[in-house]
Write a new protein. Sequence first.
Length: 67
Amino acid sequence: MTDKDLYIEIKELPPALKKEVKLFIDFLKTKQKPVKKIKKRKFGYAKGAFIIKPGFDDPLEDFKDYM
């Protein structure tokens, strides 16, 4: 059903039913979940939040047999 067909169907309804259609449309709009805006990320936002200690990339003793 196109928008035009829907408009024609609503146009032919008596005023009392048009009011019900309006109330139903309002209900559907409230039922719709709001779209969350994604904030733009800032470069360097997490700077200092993580500390990598010296030797982080050194091989582990447990894996010497596999190297």
